[in-house]
Design a protein around this ligand. Structure first.
Ligand code: ARG
Ligand code: ZN
Length: 879
């Protein structure tokens, strides 16, 4: 069934108070719900039927205002309970039986290992009790949890703890009260044998907040990094947005079985353990940074999501796009701003652009969906964040802050829309963003091509911008977007020229933002004596595909001189893309591959310049991924792309062996003598060290093998150890590889998060035989399809990061993925649907592969009863 945004109607009834009691047992759970309800005054006259959401619930009793209802008083089907109220206000009491102990979908109340936990966003609360499970119904919750004392000593829910006690039969109970009205998707409950690390935070108005992070006892040594991140997040939100935390306690709980990263439940965030646990010995630098970012993201939701929430699920980006923007800026402030931007843009262009080009393409604010879980997408999150970033760019930091102040003040305690967000920005700044709002309603990645014209006599330099946007499902024609283009013009010495547009009295600095609003638009700069080199879309100021005919020499010039760090990297990427595409052509024509020496020279310059930021050098030495090269191809030639990129890596490793070795040895020496810290300069050092090692290993020389083994054995942290392992796994040193893999697994076999990394490193290995290796790993005792992290680590890493093996020409990779999607569909629809993404990209491949991919999608469609999650993705992909 398709749900449309245009059909939105306010709820017929409201729930002022929600009083819940959970009795947790090993073979079932009883949920008693008391709902204090009334007719919604905004919904018109009369008393329409009350239709509550509810799925997989066994109704044991129901009463209205203390009158017990019988079978004749209500109707129940597999997703609703309907009854006829007789007064505009009433109290509804229900008791249902549910089965968290067999809930494998990990939605609603379920068990992860020995603990009970919940995941209610978006529509999981209806699997807990009959309710108006929609975000515009906000209620004050009181929750009592009762469970066996010795299995579940810790009982948690949202808000503040208000009472607790023991019962007979070895049971105990606790009551929690959340004073802030909230939608049901923010409800949470946890019961388990958990330990916690406790700390406190003093808010800007001097209130003391207790901070607690709960984990299973064996993980208690891995929470300090998350706690530090939390305190930094709380301070940052006060300083940058003026937002203060509002309850007396803030809790995070780590669970091993979780469908996504984490969830911002009011006062009780529940996290995938992969996004909380981190210590040097078991988590990489990237994992430490992810923990910091996700802790911040969920904390920031307390204002952008909880205090101000979404009216309906079409508005998801209202909270997610904004909160991703907030966490990205936080990470930029805590670490290297330019590196963070580079990582985010590379991710967006590789993955979100692919989504925009595929059958599931949708606007940041979708118009319709079958299953909302399918719309927790890169478009809603990452492109949504870019849309908020563009508003920030257009308004400036101060104007943006005025806008958010007004937004939070105006809408505190409300469930609102993306339009309300933009309206606050407009009202606070006295501007009109109506054309800008097309970013919310039009899907697809805009193309922006730029043409230059220099008039030496008139000393003018003009840039003509032409924008267009390809058709996407349901949207054939697009109107022009507002595209903020940050730019500079470089003179022959590489300096930014003062920028003065025709008609302006004076120049406005050397870096400025132009708003391109028309399909075709020309901007003319005056007072330009010599033809400059434009640096366009600095900082990636808009999520578009830019096209300007740069020569390789111009790109090398920008790489060295652009005052914008992001565009220095971007120039290097474009140069690499040109060089790699040339190699792809050579491979396809059966010619010998010849690498453009200029790329080697550019890399040499980077390696030999000791004054450069090491993090930037590492980023710039990283060739565009096979996935990105696929995304920018019309028809991707998997084998040619793989061969071209591997050839380039080998040639670079050989040509630059000495400077790479020098960098490697210098950095490894420091790593050896310095205790691990997950801080920017340490991370930069290790990143460059490890990328150097991976290039060096291309040589196959014994001295590099020795260095790699030394690092693997002697390092004190997972970043160096896992990098050394990855380098070995991708090498031809079979004996050393097998030995390292075995020793690693033996040492870490009891740490599931480390084993996930062990699986991923092998799943991503592009050497021949990848599918067979992955199939063998699925038999490993540490693997299980029941744990989403394991599925992502092995199946997900294989299908998304091992393109040459996944896309093998006989289609066995596709068959493998489809088999597991069919299996997963039966017990975890959300995970099944997520794993499908690589098959939906069939349009990018040659006719033979297209057929094989579509055949697997059709096989899934015909495989039996499909969840709405899998059905939606498969049917839209075949449409
Ligand atoms: N709100 C959570 C977050 O972004 C994610 C919830 C995802 N829910 C889902 N059904 N996929 O922080
Ligand atoms: Zn979020």
């Amino acid at each position: 069934k398709v749900i449309y945004l245009k059909d939105y109607q306010v709820p017929d009834y409201l729930i002022d108070e929600t009083n819940l009691t959970f009795e947790l047992y090993e073979d079932h759970t009883l949920v008693h719900a008391q709902l204090v309800m009334r007719r919604n005054p905004e919904a018109g006259a009369g008393l329409p039927p009350l239709v509550l959401d509810g799925q997989q619930l066994e109704l044991l009793s129901l009463s209205m205002d203390d009158r017990e209802l019988g079978a004749a008083d209500y109707q129940v089907d597999d997703s609703h309970l309907s009854l006829q109220p007789v007064a505009p206000t009433f109290t509804l009491d229900s008791t249902v039986r549910i089965h968290p102990e067999t809930n494998t979908a990990l939605e609603g109340l379920y068990k992860s290992g020995k603990m009970f936990c919940t995941q209610c966003e978006a529509e999981g609360f209806r699997k807990i009790t009959y309710y108006l499970d929609r975000p515009d119904v906000m209620s004050a919750f009181t929750t009592t949890v009762s469970a066996e004392q010795h299995r579940y000593p810790v009982l948690l829910s949202n808000g503040n703890p208000v009472a607790s006690g023991s019962e007979e039969g070895g049971r105990h109970w606790a009551t929690w009260e959340d004073p802030f009205k909230k939608p049901a998707y923010l409800f949470a409950l946890v019961a388990g044998d958990l330990w916690c690390v406790e700390d406190s935070f003093t808010t800007m108005s001097q209130r003391e907040v207790a901070l607690r992070i709960y984990v299973e006892p064996e993980n208690i040594d891995k929470v300090q990094h998350a706690m530090d991140s939390l305190k930094k997040s709380m301070r940052w939100d006060e300083e940058v947005y003026g937002r203060e935390y509002d309850l007396d306690i803030f809790m995070i709980v780590a669970v091993n079985d979780f469908n996504m990263g984490a969830m911002e439940n009011k006062g009780l965030n529940i996290f995938n353990s992969s996004c909380v646990l981190a210590k040097a010995e078991t988590a990489t630098d990237a994992a430490h940074q992810r923990v910091e970012a996700v802790v911040a993201h969920e904390y920031f939701h307390n204002w952008s999501g909880n205090r101000v929430t979404c009216r309906d699920w079409f508005q998801l980006s209202l909270k997610e796009g904004f909160t991703v923007f907030r966490d990205a800026e936080f990470s930029a402030d805590m670490n290297s701003r330019t590196v963070k931007r580079i990582e985010d843009v590379a991710f967006l262009r590789t993955n979100q652009f692919a989504e925009d080009a595929g059958p599931m393409a949708h606007p940041v604010r979708p118009d319709s969906f079958i299953e909302i879980s399918n719309f927790y997408t890169l478009t809603v999150y990452e492109k949504g964040s870019e849309v908020v970033r563009m508003i920030h760019t257009l308004l400036g930091a101060e104007g943006f802050r005025k806008g958010t102040d007004l937004y939070f003040e105006r809408h505190d305690g409300q469930a609102v829309t993306c339009d309300d967000f933009v309206k606050a920005m407009e009202d606070a700044n006295g501007i009109d963003l109506s054309q800008f709002k097309r970013w919310y309603s039009q899907a697809g990645t805009p193309r922006l091509s730029v043409e230059e014209a220099f008039d030496a006599a008139a000393q003018t330099y003009s840039l003509t911008f032409r924008q267009s946007c390809p058709a996407t499902p349901g949207q054939a024609e697009k109107q022009p977007f507002v595209i903020p283009v940050e730019l500079g013009l470089l003179d022959a010495a590489g300096r930014d020229l003062p920028l003065r547009l025709a008609g302006e009295a004076e120049a406005q600095g050397g870096n400025r933002v132009l708003s391109v609003t028309e399909a075709e638009q020309t901007f003319t700069f005056v007072g330009i004596a010599e033809k400059p080199l434009p640096s366009l879309l600095r900082g990636f100021s808009a999520p578009v595909k830019l096209n300007f005919p740069y020569s390789r020499d111009q790109l090398m010039f920008l790489m060295q001189h652009d005052s914008d760090g992001f565009n220095r990297w971007e120039a290097g990427q474009q140069l690499s893309v040109q060089v790699l595409q040339e190699l792809v052509g050579q491979y396809q024509r059966g010619e010998a591959l010849v690498l453009d020496q200029r790329l080697v020279d550019a890399f040499r310059t980077l390696l030999e310049d000791a004054t450069l930021d090491q993090a930037m050098v590492a980023e710039m030495l990283s060739l565009p991924s096979e996935a990105y090269l696929t995304e920018i191809s019309d028809v991707a030639d998997v084998d040619a792309i793989h061969a071209a990129r591997e050839f380039a890596r080998q040639s670079i490793g050989q040509a630059l062996f000495q400077p790479l070795l020098a960098r490697y040895q210098a950095n490894r020496a420091i790593s050896r003598d310095t205790a691990y810290k997950a801080e920017a300069d340490h991370i930069a050092r290790r990143t460059l060290q490890n990328i150097a090692l991976s290039y060096l290993m291309q040589s196959g020389r014994g001295e590099v093998l020795d260095a790699c083994l030394e690092q693997f054995d002697a390092c004190d942290n997972m970043t160096e150890r896992l990098s050394a392992l990855a380098v070995l796994v991708n090498s031809g040193f079979e004996r050393e590889k097998a030995d390292a893999l075995a020793r690693f697994a033996e040492y870490f076999k009891d740490d599931p998060l480390v084993m996930d990394q062990w699986f991923s490193v092998q799943a991503g290995c592009g050497l021949p035989g990848g599918l067979e290796r992955v199939k063998a790993l699925m038999e490993h005792p540490a693997f299980t399809l029941k744990n989403p992290n394991k599925v992502r680590a092995l199946i997900g890493a294989f299908a998304n990061q091992n393109l040459v093996n996944f896309h093998r020409a006989d289609g066995e990779g596709y068959r493998f993925l489809a088999d597991h999607v069919i299996t997963l569909n039966a017990f975890n629809p959300q995970i099944a649907s997520r794993q499908l993404a690589p098959l939906t990209r069939w349009r990018k491949y040659d006719a033979g592969r297209q057929q094989l991919m579509k055949a697997e999608l059709e096989r899934i469609l015909a495989s039996g009863e499909l969840s709405s999650d899998v059905f939606e993705v498969v049917s839209k992909s075949l449409a």
